[in-house]
Design a protein around this ligand. Structure first.
Ligand SMILES: [Zn+2]
Length: 267
């Protein structure tokens, strides 16, 4: 691992799946903008954040080979992606969950020693649905939520209801919109501050124009979350990384070696 003279953290994005989508399908009320339709390369990612002594993850990916929820195409199984980066899941000491959708927490069970950092509102929402038998048709199943429950039982779950620095140089911010308790992650990286937006902003267009995504639990909160991201970026000078945009990999460099096909150096 490279030495970080400035004390910043190493941040990698790992692509484990992909699919093509129409802009008119993924942006809410796209027709009202008077723009031509087009296709976007939607990638499915998780993020590795490393210091000299610790390895953290933001999200975990899921097993596309078991069930492709929306026609996702498998690029690499997340455990194999971690192996390519020489990361032993048992050594991951913290997993931040951006939210509890299948594509973000599907492999949470792989990290038995990690503190799990999640939005308090997200936890209330999903466990409320589970307890009242309302998970049908939602973007998560019991199997995805059970490792959250295990972490809670083992005293490894930390629920976030306000801006919180969870480790040196890593601050999470709860926002609503796409889900009730999405977490934004601001990281002091080796190259400067980064906002890992995950699904608070799937694509660059949503940041540039503050366009809501088609899937939301609260449209007004989603608009507020997009404005919050831009405000935080102005205030901190942070670069915003949308969670599912294939163009991120074109704007940053691939890691050296065998993992270069899937892993991108963000900071
Ligand atoms: Zn997602």
């Amino acid at each position: 691992m490279a030495v970080r003279a400035d004390g910043g953290l190493e941040v990698l994005q790992v692509k484990y799946g992909e699919r093509m989508v129409n802009m008119s399908d993924v942006f809410h009320d796209y027709g009202s903008y008077g723009r031509p339709d087009g296709q976007l390369h939607m990638e499915y990612n998780f993020w590795v954040i490393r210091s000299d002594n610790d390895t953290y993850l933001l999200d975990t990916g899921y097993d596309i080979s078991q069930r492709d929820w929306l026609g996702e195409i498998l690029v690499v199984q997340p455990p194999d992606g971690l192996a390519l980066l020489d990361i032993n899941p048992a050594d991951v000491s913290m997993v931040i969950t951006s939210h509890f959708h299948y594509d973000h927490i599907g492999y949470l069970r792989l990290f038995p020693n990690a503190e799990v950092v999640s939005g308090a509102a997200e936890h209330r929402y999903w466990f409320g649905k589970w307890e009242t038998g309302q998970l049908d048709g939602e973007f998560a199943i019991e199997e995805h939520l059970r490792p959250v429950q295990t972490a809670e039982r083992e005293g490894r779950l930390r629920l976030i209801d306000q801006q919180t620095e969870v480790r040196d140089g890593i601050t999470v911010y709860p926002v609503g919109g796409h889900c009730p308790g999405e977490l934004l992650t601001l990281v002091n990286s080796r190259t400067g501050p980064l906002i890992l937006a995950a699904d608070a902003a799937h694509f660059y267009e949503q940041i540039e124009n503050e366009w809501p995504f088609f899937a939301f639990t609260d449209l007004q909160e989603m608009r507020e979350a997009l404005a919050f991201i831009n405000g935080l970026s102005r205030e901190t000078g942070a670069t915003v990384i949308p969670g599912h945009d294939g163009r991120v990999r074109q704007r940053f460099s691939a890691v050296d070696g065998a993992a270069g096909d899937i892993a991108t150096v963000l900071g």
